[in-house]
Design a protein around this ligand. Structure first.
Ligand code: ZN
Length: 528
């Protein structure tokens, strides 16, 4: 992809290399990689006369951002054909939106929506089958909660899935029921799989459109590499085809899902594959649910409900799957938020053999580790992929749902770094709407939620640490740090040009910094 690209010289810039030396004025790019970093006048003189020279007028260059944990095709689904409910403020408004979509739905189509959060709805409850039947009595409706771990569906969808008063939930799932034992339409965790099995799947062309829309969106945010955490085989096939066609505009770490919801057994591991744009060498498992939906597995009851969340696997099954993946050479990324899930995953990782240096496995989210968990994670070399942006967008849920003893431990990124755990920051988009890395950095530094309340402020990190978390941290988490994450000769020229220097900004001003240019492999792929 880069052989026809002319050399590029970026000069008159404030280059934040995140390496030694930490600052420079110019970058020379050759064949998609960084050839030199240093003094502007020297590099201009030394550069090839045919090089494209770009005067950055004093603007700042940082390594391209990495979103270590996102759901790329789902971001694209919302950008293309899905009903976006992330700004919905009432159940009534959701009913109106669903009705509009249902009226337009073609033959055989379902209405799919995503992003409702009952904490943000006037009625303070999730939409139910009864609400959704008002909007759409015949067309099946499936609305995914903001966390991705709960569905709200109408009667038509329940009927297609064969879910009635007598249906047992699969292990690791809950079919919510009313006083008479009838399903309310709310399906938790693996019970979502009962619906997934009967939903008409998107076509390969649909997936390709979703991926293109999402990666284009990420490039506008300066994101030059990201992860699609947990995809099924048909989506992986689309990524492989896009990569073979040279059609991936940025670098993607695609993680196959080890055990899809609703599946009775694990999916077979696909072929491991690494090219310049596509990595398929990390397998994803989910040990529990989410905090905001109160399905993360905790050692104490939630504040608002007399239960402790759910573990999705019994230990023996997850251990066997992890061992199989580990022995086959895969990196493992396991979603674990609650302290009980974190304990399960760390104890399984501790039992995986292998001589040092061991392949570093990942814990996604790592929401409520204890000090003991942090020490064990550091000793194992585990890489944590937490979402500071949750503090801002889900903080009101955390305050409502978590016991006082847990709140100071929520997403303790300061403590992770201090314990020696390597941290890759990320958005988990579309779980949260705002996947701007600069907004994630601001949340990591301020710890302020959308109501202005502080969530565990002693867990704040510095802007420099947050920038590392969104760049080199993500490169380490993907095993790609030889090629990217810092601005050094030999690495890919994956860069973001910013209107201002984040390292000199007030934390609250970070989200307003503009991404003026995004460069992948030396090609300018986005310009404001
Ligand atoms: Zn996720």
């Amino acid at each position: 992809m880069s052989d026809t690209v002319r050399d590029l010289v970026l000069y008159n810039a404030r280059v934040r290399t995140l390496a030694a030396p930490s600052a420079a004025e110019a970058i020379v790019v050759r064949d998609g990689r960084i050839a030199a970093v240093g003094d502007g006048a020297d590099l201009l003189r030394a550069s090839n006369g045919r090089a494209t020279r770009v005067d950055l007028g004093g603007r700042t260059v940082v390594p391209g951002f990495n979103d270590a944990h996102a759901h790329i095709w789902k971001i694209g689904h919302l950008l293309t054909s899905m009903l976006d409910l992330r700004r919905a403020t009432s159940v009534d408004a959701i009913v109106d939106d669903v009705r509009r979509f249902a009226d337009r739905a073609g033959q055989g189509a379902w209405v799919l929506g995503r992003g409702y959060n009952e904490a943000r709805l006037r009625e303070r409850r999730a939409p139910t089958r009864v609400d959704l039947d008002r909007a759409s009595p015949r067309v099946p409706v499936v609305l995914t909660r903001t966390c991705g771990h709960i569905y709200a569906v109408n009667s038509a969808a329940l009927a297609r899935a064969g879910i009635g008063a007598g249906t047992d939930a699969p292990p690791g799932g809950v079919i919510d029921r009313d006083d008479r034992g009838e399903p309310t339409g709310l399906l938790h965790e693996t019970a979502m799989g009962l619906v997934n099995r009967v939903m008409p799947p998107p076509t390969a062309a649909d997936y390709a459109r979703m991926i293109a829309a999402a990666l284009g969106h990420q490039l506008s945010l300066g994101i030059t590499s990201s992860s699609d955490c947990g995809v099924a085989a048909p989506i992986l096939a689309v990524y492989r085809a896009l990569d073979a066609d040279g059609a991936l505009p940025s670098r993607v770490n695609v993680m196959p899902l080890g055990k899809p919801d609703g599946a009775l057994s694990a999916a077979p591991l696909p072929e491991r594959f690494v090219s310049e744009r596509l990595r398929v060498d990390t397998v994803k498992f989910l040990a529990d649910g989410g905090l905001s939906g109160a399905t993360a597995a905790l050692s104490v009851d939630y504040r608002h409900a007399p239960h402790k969340g759910v573990l999705r696997f019994d230990r023996e099954e997850l251990e066997a799957l992890c061992r199989e993946s580990h022995d086959a050479g895969w990196r493992i990324a396991t979603h674990a938020i609650g302290d009980v899930a974190i304990d399960q995953v760390l104890s399984i990782y501790e039992g995986l053999d292998g001589a040092p240096p061991r392949r570093a496995h990942r814990v996604e989210h790592f929401g409520l580790p204890t000090a003991e968990h942090l020490a064990r994670a550091a000793a194992l070399g585990v890489i944590a992929a937490p979402q500071a942006i949750f503090i801002r967008s889900l903080g009101p849920n955390f305050r409502r749902y978590l016991a006082d003893a847990l709140l100071p431990r929520t997403y303790p990124i300061r403590a992770m770094l201090d314990a020696g755990v390597r941290v890759a920051l990320s958005s988990d988009a579309p779980v949260v709407e705002d996947d701007n890395p600069l907004a994630g950095m601001a949340a990591a530094v301020t710890r302020r939620d959308s109501d202005g309340e502080l969530i565990a402020p002693e867990q704040a990190i510095t802007i420099a640490e947050a920038l590392r978390g969104y760049t080199v941290g993500g490169a380490v988490a993907s095993g790609d740090d030889d090629n990217r994450g810092t601005i050094e000769p030999g690495k890919w020229a994956d860069l973001a040009v910013l209107s201002e220097d984040p390292l000199a900004a007030e934390p609250d001003a970070l989200p307003a910094i503009a991404v003026d240019m995004t460069i992948v492999g030396g090609s300018i792929v986005h310009e404001r």
